[in-house]
Ligand binder design. Structure first.
Ligand SMILES: C[S@@+](CC[C@H](N)C(=O)[O-])C[C@H]1O[C@@H](n2cnc3c(N)ncnc32)[C@H](O)[C@@H]1O
Length: 198
């Protein structure tokens, strides 16, 4: 088996506390596919990967390109939906739309890792990282890196319950990039069921 990167060890370390091998999992913005690949290798059999680009370096069983907003699955299809360092690359006016879609396709949890700048130096590095990606996909759309509190506000407005909102250590992932990051675990609230009148 290939060696797992430090970033993947970090992501799986969080993720595996919240998923069981029998769960259906969607990794939105899977990038290289490393997370899905190692999940499959460790017995997680129902992992779906989607992205707006095919950047795969790891062979996964299931991968689809999509338009960046409309997730090609039915309502409540997955036990858990992952957005790992994706939301800052999504143009601002599409962030909520994508999150609404993520909420729509999960019947349970949303697992989110995100760069959440805390000071002007973080902002500068985030900006450079973000413009590099925009150049790569030849897009002029405006993207933003939000602070942890701003994401919490957005998640509250969208509806899911925030189970965890955790500030992470700058050195939790690879040492060359000591970015400010946060982990969020959201849980979709049950829709109110109508009690039939007698
Ligand atoms: C920093 S990489 C993260 C990759 C992977 N999730 C990880 O944690 O290693 C960001 C990924 O988000 C993808 N992406 C950007 N906009 C997206 C969107 N609207 N929907 C899904 N993926 C998107 C990019 O193509 C890229 O693969």
């Amino acid at each position: 088996m290939e060696n797992m990167s430090i970033d993947c060890v970090h992501t799986l370390g969080f993720l595996m506390r919240h998923v069981k091998p029998e769960n259906t999992i969607l990794d939105i913005g899977c990038g290289t596919g490393e997370v899905g690949y190692f999940l499959e290798r460790t017995g997680y059999d129902s992992v779906h990967n989607i992205d707006i680009l095919d950047l795969r370096e790891f062979e996964t069983k299931r991968f689809e390109l999509y338009n960046g907003v409309n997730i090609p699955f039915e309502n409540c299809w997955f036990d858990i939906v992952i957005l790992s360092f994706v939301l800052h690359h999504v143009p601002n006016e599409k962030k909520r739309l994508l999150l609404e879609e993520a909420v729509r396709v999960t019947k349970g949890k949303l697992f989110i890792l995100e760069d959440t700048p805390r000071n002007p130096i973080d902002r500068l590095f985030s900006y450079l990282h973000g413009t590099g990606y925009r150049r790569k996909i030849k897009s002029n759309e405006w993207f933003g890196f939000y602070r942890q509190k701003r994401w919490e506000q957005i998640f509250r407005e969208l509806g899911p319950k925030i189970l965890v909102s955790q500030k992470l250590s700058r050195f939790c992932r690879h040492k060359g990039a000591p970015f400010a990051r946060s982990f969020f675990l959201l849980e979709k609230s049950e829709p109110l069921t109508q009690i039939p009148e007698n």
